[in-house]
Design a protein around this ligand. Structure first.
Ligand code: ADE
Length: 245
């Protein structure tokens, strides 16, 4: 099944480069996903195709008017009435995007990202959407960069897009842990040595080392994730050791 991703934006050209390289490019050419940026200005009002207006009640900035987004979504629904759609509004006040959300999106057949600009959206636009999502706790100039990130994180999880499934299963954040350190040749470089255990050929020991270092990294860098873990007895022992260091 090919996933359809429509992106409503006033700046569709912004999406050309990020989707023209590497894994996303391959996902498109391999028929796993079709990505379709749509300039919703074509549904703007009047000769000047106006898409924004001042807020009722006064206040700073301009808001996206409801009509262009309603009509753009009507057109998408008319063109593909058969698909179940997730309609995702890019909004710094939305739910923070994370790996679990990317995994959820990767199971859908049709995603529609709505990218705003200006001060915000007319509230009625929210009645159309299934999700309101933020890239993080900061304000971008528009939703485009946020949508690019979410599409990228989602597309690599579509089955078949990344050949080596275990590389996805072991990613930082998909297990609740950060990934362990990795090394490649040379074994020693400028006095920096690869840990012995990784060259030992002992797979049990290597797995144990990786798991411990993964825990250590999570403990040191992301106490918020670490405290959510249910630790085994062995892991509790390691945690004591990390605390002493
Ligand atoms: N638009 C502006 N800032 C944003 C953010 N942090 N996430 C999603 N959309 C946005």
């Amino acid at each position: 099944m090919r996933m359809q991703i429509d992106i409503l934006s006033l700046f569709p050209e912004m999406f050309e480069s990020p989707f023209s390289h590497s894994i996303v490019k391959r996902a498109i050419s391999g028929g796993h996903v079709h990505i379709n940026p749509i300039n919703f200005r074509k549904y703007g009002i009047g000769k000047h195709q106006i898409v924004d207006d001042t807020p009722y009640g006064g206040g700073a900035g301009m808001l996206l008017k409801p009509e262009p987004i309603f009509e753009a979504l009507d057109a998408i629904k008319e063109e593909r009435p058969e698909t179940k759609k997730r309609i995702i509004l890019m909004d710094p006040a939305g739910k923070p995007f994370d790996q679990a959300m990317a995994e959820d999106f990767a199971e859908e057949e049709h995603l529609v990202f709505v990218c705003g600009h200006y001060e915000g959206y007319d509230e009625r636009i929210r009645t159309l959407v299934t999700d309101e999502v933020s890239l993080g706790d900061y304000v971008l100039t528009g939703g485009e960069l946020a949508a690019m990130v979410m599409v990228d994180a989602t597309v690599r999880l579509i089955p078949g897009v990344v050949g080596n499934k275990s590389s996805i299963l072991e990613d930082s954040h998909s297990t609740g842990l950060l990934e362990h350190p990795h090394y490649t040749r040379p074994a020693s470089y400028r006095d920096l040595d690869v840990p012995e255990v990784l060259m030992s050929g002992n797979h049990g020991k290597i797995e144990e080392w990786r798991h411990k270092e993964s825990l250590r990294r999570t403990f040191e860098r992301r106490p918020d994730l670490f405290k959510e873990l249910e630790l085994s007895d062995q892991e509790k022992e390691w945690a004591k050791e990390f605390k002493q260091n």
